[in-house]
Ligand binder design. Structure first.
Ligand code: GAP
Length: 562
């Protein structure tokens, strides 16, 4: 699937707009348009319904080690700064970034290669030396690069070190190639050409202008603000980078105010914010996004079984809603990828079309977090670095993160056992799910137009549960009482499902518009309706048209889109 076509459809049909577009947009921020807001709401509602509201706590769910309860929360975005100290985000939630000395732009160190590969000046290089797109192929001839450095780089990558003295740079490359034994790959060649003086050490150039990048340094991803009138260190606060911590700090409140007992899960849907250095790939890496997270609290002895249950259950959820085949996969993390407190983590990943062949992007992570989070909010942790937030000395005199001091242990009423629960965390992104469903839904196929000629149509094959509009109602013509009947049906449908009314233009064009919106059913009121009170029901995917009774239409549609 061509990503550019999807991006253009999203804008044209009102799924997604760039935030503040009339002012040139704001990088990493996206607005959901009239269709997009319905799609994302349906995804969040399906998640809440399936995970929380419709959960049956009296019956053992398929694959579960026992019964369990589910409840919800809605916490604030800004919380006490100590939450982030104890969660580890204040000190550790960092990416490595580099600044370009020429254009001053920031890039995430681990994105430089990928961004270079996508940049039009590297694409021009690849075309120039005609070696395909394999940047690791050792096929680069120094002499072949010279005209490219002179022509393309001067215009498109003016910061490129080699632009300043192309002959000297290419000579340096030629010498390196001769002395290096095996021929240089493109990345090695670029690194040579980008380094103004060989002594400065080799590094890849800025993907934007070809300029020199500074050494990588840490950059904390949390957005900062100040609570209150004074912009001082004391009232510095952070926008949450995940919804999970609100759940941990309310663990005792939920236990004390409800009758839930372990094992149980607390779910939350809400906005999170990360000051991503290089937001990219449409909404995939945004700076403001929504998460759908569950923290599931259980006994340490059964936690492994619960982890396996949640991992499989969450995977099934995506499959049931239409993400399937080899574009979706469940990947267990290798032992060396796990956090020190985790005994298991798996990612649910989707092969987004903007990624290279064989690459997958994370939709959701399911992590076994042990008792790390509750214990941190209880006791705090030893501080490995100096930290400007409130720090107090521990019993051993060393600085200590200040925990809440609250007892977050759980006492089992039956066995009287006291323990700190283990946590299984299925953490999904609503925007990444929406993007994956959009990518998966996009199809081009052949369908007859008004004259019966086959034409290419764009159709969004959303699962009916998440389709933004469930049904569209059309009068065949704007006369003979058809609009009146159609409007009455539309009003009746609207009371139950999201419906759309359209009486403008040829009926074939109206079908096409609904196909692009992903509407699974269209109902047409025609001459026969007036005679026998039947209507045409058209199926988006099969294009099949059947006649059903007008009086059954509302129930029929409601049943089909469940
Ligand atoms: N509490 C655990 C946690 O936040 P994460 O893997 O950092 O884990 C969970 O995030 C999910 O949130 C990801 O799988 C992804 O779907 C979504 N997500 C994370 N960063 C994102 C970003 N910059 N833009 C869009 N979605 C993001």
């Amino acid at each position: 699937m061509d990503m550019e076509k999807l991006v253009s459809l999203c804008k044209r049909r009102g799924f997604l707009f760039q935030s503040s577009e009339i002012y040139g947009g704001l990088n990493g921020f996206w607005d959901y348009g009239p269709l997009g807001v319905e799609l994302k709401r349906n995804i969040k509602e399906a998640w809440w319904r399936d995970m929380v509201a419709a959960h049956d706590e009296l019956t053992v769910a398929a694959g579960a080690p026992g019964t369990y309860e589910m409840t919800g929360l809605d916490c604030t975005i800004i919380m006490h700064p100590q939450v982030w100290k104890c969660s580890g985000h204040y000190d550790l939630f960092c990416d490595m970034m580099q600044t370009c000395r020429q254009c001053k732009k920031l890039v995430r160190s681990d994105h430089v290669r990928e961004m270079l590969r996508e940049s039009d000046w590297v694409q021009a290089l690849l075309a120039e030396v005609r070696c395909g797109l394999d940047a690791t192929a050792p096929a680069w001839e120094a002499e072949a690069l010279l005209p490219w450095v002179k022509k393309t780089c001067r215009k498109k990558a003016p910061g490129f070190a080699a632009v300043r003295d192309p002959e000297a740079a290419v000579e340096q490359l030629r010498v390196a190639q001769l002395s290096g034994g095996s021929p240089l790959t493109l990345w090695e060649a670029l690194a040579r050409l980008a380094t103004p003086e060989p002594a400065a050490g080799l590094q890849l150039p800025c993907p934007h202008c070809g300029g020199d990048l500074t050494e990588p340094r840490e950059f904390n991803l949390m957005f900062e603000s100040h609570a209150g009138a004074l912009k001082s260190e004391e009232n510095r606060v952070f926008l949450r980078p995940e919804t999970a911590q609100g759940i941990f700090v309310n663990f005792k409140n939920v236990l004390d105010s409800t009758r839930v007992r372990i094992p149980f899960g607390i779910a939350q849907i809400g906005k999170s914010f990360r000051n991503e250095i290089t937001p990219r790939n449409f909404t995939f890496r945004s700076r403001e996004f929504e998460q759908m997270e569950i923290e599931f609290f259980c006994h340490p002895d059964t936690s492994r079984k619960w982890y396996e249950y949640w991992r499989d259950r969450r995977m099934k959820w995506y499959v049931d809603l239409g993400l399937a085949g080899d574009r979706l996969r469940l990947r267990d993390h290798a032992a060396d990828e796990l956090s020190h407190y985790s005994t298991g983590t798996a990612d649910i990943e989707y092969a987004f079309p903007f990624l290279d062949a064989g690459e997958y992007g994370e939709l959701e992570g399911i992590a076994h977090r042990g008792d790390f989070d509750l214990r941190s909010h209880m006791e705090g942790k030893l501080d490995p670095t100096t930290c400007p937030l409130q720090v107090e000395a521990g019993a051993d005199g060393k600085p200590k993160y200040r925990g809440s001091g609250r007892d977050l242990a759980y006492r089992d009423e039956v066995t009287n056992e006291r323990f700190i629960p283990h946590v299984i965390e299925p953490s999904a992104g609503a925007d990444r799910a929406a993007l994956a469903f959009l990518c998966e839904a996009y199809r081009e196929d052949q369908a007859p137009d008004d004259k019966g000629d086959m034409q290419t149509r764009v159709v969004m094959r959303f699962h009916p549960r998440i389709a933004p509009v469930k049904v569209a109602v059309f009068p065949l013509v704007k006369k003979d009482g058809m609009p009146e009947v159609a409007r009455d049906l539309y009003r009746a449908l609207k009371a139950k499902v999201t419906a759309f009314y359209d009486e403008k233009g040829a009926v074939g064009r109206r079908y096409r518009r609904q196909d692009e919106a992903g509407t699974p059913y269209c109902i047409t009121i025609d001459g026969q309706t007036l005679a026998d009170r039947t209507v045409t029901l058209r199926n988006r995917d099969t294009l099949e048209q059947t006649r059903i009774r007008l009086d059954d239409a509302v129930e029929e549609i409601a049943a089909r889109v469940q």
